[in-house]
Design a binder for this molecule. Structure first.
Ligand SMILES: C[S@@+](CC[C@H](N)C(=O)[O-])C[C@H]1O[C@@H](n2cnc3c(N)ncnc32)[C@H](O)[C@@H]1O
Length: 384
């Protein structure tokens, strides 16, 4: 079967990389990554993908420039393989750069075409739709229709740990991507002096402790009638892999006591109680005890003009702080066009993302001083 793991702009390649590391045949496409596999593979993708939004089963794709073509194309697909006689199958839709641009009409036609197909296959005229829900989506992009079944249900960023939102929280999937793209590899301390509700810290800790992000939530496909017997085993395996004792050196601070209270709550809800240190502190009081480390942050951007100047001052302070700690790298995401100028340094690496609707840059400034290679002294003193 073919699946698509959808992703936000800029994260497609990361999702494809994650799928490949899971042993799946995957390739990045606009809006996500396609992969081939079984229902069990889709369940693994739902459980383990850190940067994807949803996992969709692709029922079919075809060209559709008219409503007739859409109807006939949908009716030609093997819906009876996926939809039972009694299931509920709501249809959602999306149209872009196509001749058919009325989402509501495309949804209604898709529904009618599926009903006609099922009537012929099941020899019934009326569907009660009283059983399990199997969500269907019709997407038209450049006159190509893609018909999919959503195996995830709630979007995958809903890991289950964030029940209260602070000011401008980072989406969990984007936070996981930033952790991957930062220079942090788990061998140095990681600090976020603008940690807010703790998203970056929690996503980093998930990675460090091999915690599947979907471990404690459910997915739409677990209710599907073609339940795969291996599902519970997959969850048990994911639970066994999670080892919070591997978490070390992850800490954060924020000037807002309410944000820190939320961060503490989220850390506990993520099953990481006592593993991440957070405290109320002004960024100016960030004086790391360790000589080497990585600072990963989502500082305020100053979206309102009145806040802009305050943010620029903050970035200058951050620049002074980094200069005073040459063993620390900094990775930060910001939509502020003067971030580098204020910081006083050009970024060594940059990547563009959207944080919600805001176009942002994720910038990395490598440490001026690198930790000594661990193996050098032993090698030098090794006997002949
Ligand atoms: C964009 S939010 C970070 C959101 C966070 N990534 C999350 O997922 O919740 C920026 C944070 O910077 C904090 N902040 C602003 N000025 C600060 C300062 N001088 N020192 C420390 N934190 C500050 C704000 O309280 C806010 O929580």
């Amino acid at each position: 079967m073919q699946f698509m793991a959808t992703a936000a702009f800029g994260l497609e390649g990361l999702v494809a990389g994650e799928l490949k590391r899971m042993g799946l045949l995957a390739s990045a496409v606009n809006g996500g990554a396609m992969f081939e596999g079984s229902f069990e593979d889709a369940m693994r993708a739902n459980l383990y993908l850190r940067t994807a939004d949803r996992v969709l089963l692709v029922v079919g794709t075809f060209e559709a420039r008219t409503f007739e073509e859409l109807f006939e194309g949908v009716a030609a697909l093997p819906w009876e393989q996926y939809l039972t006689r009694d299931c509920r199958f709501p249809v959602s839709g999306n149209c872009a750069r196509s001749q058919l641009m009325s989402v509501s009409d495309c949804q209604a036609i898709t529904k009618k075409a599926i009903v006609r197909r099922l009537q012929e296959k099941y020899h019934v005229t009326w569907f009660e739709e009283s059983g399990v829900t199997i969500p269907i989506s019709v997407t038209l992009h450049a006159n190509q229709a893609r018909l999919t079944i959503d195996t995830s249900g709630q979007a995958l960023n809903r890991r289950g740990y964030r029940t209260w939102n602070g000011e401008a929280p980072l989406r969990e999937t984007l936070a996981a991507a930033l952790v991957d793209l930062s220079p942090w590899r788990g061998n140095l301390p990681l600090a976020d002096p603008f940690c807010g509700t703790g998203t970056l810290l929690i996503e980093a800790a998930f990675k460090m402790s091999h915690r599947a992000p979907g471990l404690t939530r459910t997915f739409a496909m677990e209710q599907f009638p073609y339940l795969v017997p291996g599902f519970p085993r997959l969850r048990e395996a994911a639970q066994a892999e999670f080892d919070p004792s591997l978490i070390e050196g992850i800490s954060g601070s924020d000037i807002d006591p309410e944000a820190i209270a939320l961060a503490k709550r989220h850390i506990v809800q993520a099953g990481l109680g006592g593993r991440i240190q957070v405290r109320v502190a002004d960024m100016r009081d960030f004086h790391p005890q360790e000589r080497y480390g990585v600072c990963l942050s989502n500082p305020p951007y100053g979206e309102r003009l009145s806040d802009r100047k305050a943010c620029e001052t903050l970035y200058r302070e951050l620049g002074r702080l980094m200069a005073a700690n040459p063993g620390w790298s900094l990775s930060a995401i910001s939509s502020h066009p003067q971030f580098e100028r204020c910081l006083g340094r050009r970024a060594d690496k940059k990547r563009r993302f959207y944080n919600g609707r805001l176009e942002c840059e994720f910038m990395t400034f490598f440490a001026k001083e690198r930790p000594p290679r661990r193996d050098t002294p032993e090698k030098a003193s090794a006997p002949d």
